[in-house]
Design a protein around this ligand. Structure first.
Ligand SMILES: [Zn+2]
Ligand SMILES: [Zn+2]
Length: 345
């Protein structure tokens, strides 16, 4: 297995081999088999920020193979390609100019990658068919003739987090005769988040990404730099600490939602939660996408094609003139039909 997993350390042997075992409700070390049971109640919840006590030095750096970086002079995308790849244009915005990146690419090493499964020829054909569709504006017809379609690996963060929370709230209780009274309530909530995913791309809109359908993450393989050859890879430039802050906010929201759902219609008010969030595993993973770009009224548009399944996400622009002509033809046709109908009756 790759050593790029960021693991929390075992309390007994110190090795970063600890993971959560749901059957035992405990943290188990795969090295020395040490079992650390998690408390089953709210005693001793220490408010713990995500990543606190985590050894950042365990994270490997770099893409491992021989790669060079380039920064697009139009959209600012930071892209890595293999050394022999000549920069033709930006995979995200089709801009021809890029600034070569002279330093070492210091990204955190991806732990897993889902290799491209849907071939480029099919992605290009799919885009061309779509671009030539009904009422296509001239810009799309042009784009279908000279398609700009590039394969890119997009970075994601994936976290495993064990959380324990104590909470307090006020509940509205029916006191009879239509009177409501407020009662204090409290509880304990423990949950293992085994798949908290954070989109790390700066160049693709997350909503468009989601619209492209899901990726079978169980088919991801241990990262090997060979997969990146001939492709583009977006490099994450975010500080890991700021990534953790975003993940922490998302976790807090999810914990609150789950507490509210579990209290089944008790309508909690003033919910206050204290949480211990223990980061067990953090890894970067790469997912494949074909990005087709074209100009639309001097704005750039992207069409995304899932690099695994071939599912496409595109927002269709229409030529207003063609639509108007289409409507006119339809109306004239209808009038003609009515006249004909009247004559024959
Ligand atoms: Zn151990
Ligand atoms: Zn660009």
């Amino acid at each position: 297995m790759s050593s790029s997993y960021l693991k929390t350390k075992c309390n007994r042997c110190g090795e970063p081999k600890v993971s959560y075992n749901a059957d035992k409700s405990a943290l188990v070390c795969s090295n020395c088999k040490h079992v650390e049971p998690l408390p089953k109640n709210k005693d001793s919840i220490n408010e713990l920020k995500l990543g606190e006590g985590f050894d950042m030095k365990l994270m490997d750096q770099g893409l491992e193979g021989k790669f060079k970086g380039a920064v697009c002079m139009n959209c600012g995308a930071f892209v890595a390609t293999s050394l022999d790849t000549v920069w033709e244009s930006c995979p995200f915005c089709a801009h021809p100019e890029a600034e070569p990146f002279r330093g070492k690419i210091n990204t955190i090493r991806p732990a897993e990658i889902l290799p491209f499964n849907y071939p480029k020829a099919r992605a290009v054909a799919l885009f061309q068919k779509w671009a030539r569709g009904l009422f296509a504006p001239a810009s799309l017809i042009q784009a279908a003739r000279e398609p700009h379609v590039k394969g890119i690996y997009i970075p994601f963060w994936n976290f495993e987090v064990m959380t324990r929370s104590s909470w307090k709230a006020v509940q509205l209780v029916d006191g009879g005769k239509g009177k409501k009274s407020k009662q204090p309530v409290q509880g304990y909530f423990a949950h293992f988040f085994d798949d908290l995913r954070l989109f790390a791309s700066h160049q693709i809109d997350p909503h468009s990404w989601d619209a492209m359908g899901s990726y079978p993450l169980e088919k991801a393989v241990v990262y090997d730099s060979k997969y990146l050859e001939g492709m583009h890879t977006e490099i994450v430039q975010q500080e890991f600490n700021s990534v953790l802050k975003v993940a922490e906010k998302q976790l807090e929201k999810m914990i609150r939602t789950q507490i509210t759902e579990k209290s089944k219609g008790k309508s909690l008010q003033n919910l206050a939660v204290r949480s211990e969030k223990q980061l067990l595993d953090a890894k970067l993973l790469l997912l494949p996408v074909w990005v087709a770009t074209y100009d639309q009224d001097e704005n750039l548009s992207q069409v995304l094609i899932n690099g695994f399944s071939g599912e496409m996400h595109a927002e269709r622009p229409y030529s207003m003139i063609k639509v108007a002509l289409g409507v006119l033809v339809a109306v004239l046709g209808l009038i003609g039909f009515i006249i004909l109908l009247n004559k024959t009756l």
